[in-house]
Write a protein that binds this ligand. Structure first.
Ligand SMILES: [Zn+2]
Length: 333
């Protein structure tokens, strides 16, 4: 009897173990879908540097004769810097593998050949975007032809601020008219230059040209244009909120600023936008350039935001982008 009892226990244990092994053998659950609306495709270089996220947490007073004093995007002053990809293949393989694992679809602008390569390798992960920031980049006709050919679905990153120009500058007007007519969404850089010494690397850049109110004249001319303000117009929350209040089609993305500034500052700014009632108009984005691991680092910032509900996080990661870009949600499950 005692033996029988013992045997029954062993049998039970074996059954439990078999069930566990079986459940581990099942395919891992697919990550919920994420849309990263702000990714840059660059030609890789062996000289690109690693990155410490949140590198602007300490802004020292610098000496004009020693630019090395300035906080820089290329900074290794942290325990575990994100490694820069050194070749195009390394970047593509790492990025697309991460995108597959985390179920991320990316809106990508930048080097046309790199975008084509990524899109060929993973057509369901890449939404190509065409950026122009000045009428010297391409003619209006070439721009319209590129959009109507079907490969590019989005216009961006439009960054007149780096050219010392307002987004309402008349020289860009016809390009915006094309996007409005074709119903193509437009991403416009508004905000900081990011690296703490933009005055040296981009002498035409003006912080004042990142003011969200500068979009008003352009939006008045193009009332049906759908735009999203890249980098959420950081740090000008008041103007951003007023602009979104006045224009129902204006969204923002969180790119760049979510890994450049002190975490408390990032959360305070994001919380302010949500608190003001714009949780349905915030798009997730990274401003990813050459560090594939930045995808995970940036996702974690939103995941750890304890002031956001799970529904609000899903809106930021996915639902808002589906609405803004007219995507078919069922294709992402
Ligand atoms: Zn930008």
């Amino acid at each position: 009897m005692k033996y029988l009892y013992c045997f029954r226990n062993v049998l039970l244990l074996v059954m439990v173990l078999a069930f566990k092994v079986n459940s581990y053998a099942q395919a891992p659950k697919k990550h919920y879908p994420i849309i990263d609306v702000h990714v840059h495709a660059f030609k890789a270089s062996p000289n690109t540097a690693d990155l410490c996220p949140w590198f602007l947490k300490n802004m020292p007073g610098a000496d004009p004769h020693n630019h090395g004093d300035n906080p820089s995007i290329f900074n290794l002053d942290c325990p575990d810097p994100l490694k820069a990809a050194k070749t195009d293949k390394e970047m593509q393989d790492a990025l697309l593998a991460t995108a597959e694992r985390l179920n991320v679809t990316m809106i990508v602008s930048g080097d046309a050949s790199v975008i084509h390569n990524w899109h060929k390798a993973a057509p369901n992960r890449i939404i190509p975007s065409l950026g122009i920031s000045s009428n010297k980049d391409m003619t209006v006709k070439a721009f319209e032809d590129s959009l109507t050919a079907g490969f590019y679905k989005v216009m961006g990153e439009v960054a007149p601020q780096y050219q010392g120009m307002s987004p309402s500058d008349v020289s860009l007007d016809e390009y915006f008219a094309v996007a409005e007519r074709l119903g193509v969404p437009v991403g416009i850089h508004m905000g900081t230059g990011g690296n703490g010494n933009i005055n040296i690397s981009n002498p035409k850049y003006r912080a004042s040209l990142g003011r969200p109110f500068l979009l008003e004249d352009m939006l008045a001319k193009h009332p049906k244009l759908k735009i999203w303000v890249m980098h959420a117009g950081y740090p000008m929350a008041d103007e951003m909120i007023a602009l979104m209040g006045a224009n129902a089609y204006v969204y923002v993305d969180l790119a760049g600023f979510i890994w450049s500034y002190p975490l408390e500052e990032i959360h305070a700014y994001l919380k302010r936008l949500v608190q003001a009632g714009f949780g349905k108009r915030i798009l997730y984005g990274t401003d990813l350039m050459i560090w594939p691991k930045l995808l995970e680092t940036s996702i974690q910032v939103i995941e750890s935001a304890n002031y956001l509900s799970e529904d609000q996080k899903r809106d930021i990661f996915f639902n808002n982008a589906v609405r803004f870009f007219n995507l078919d949600a069922s294709k992402f499950k």
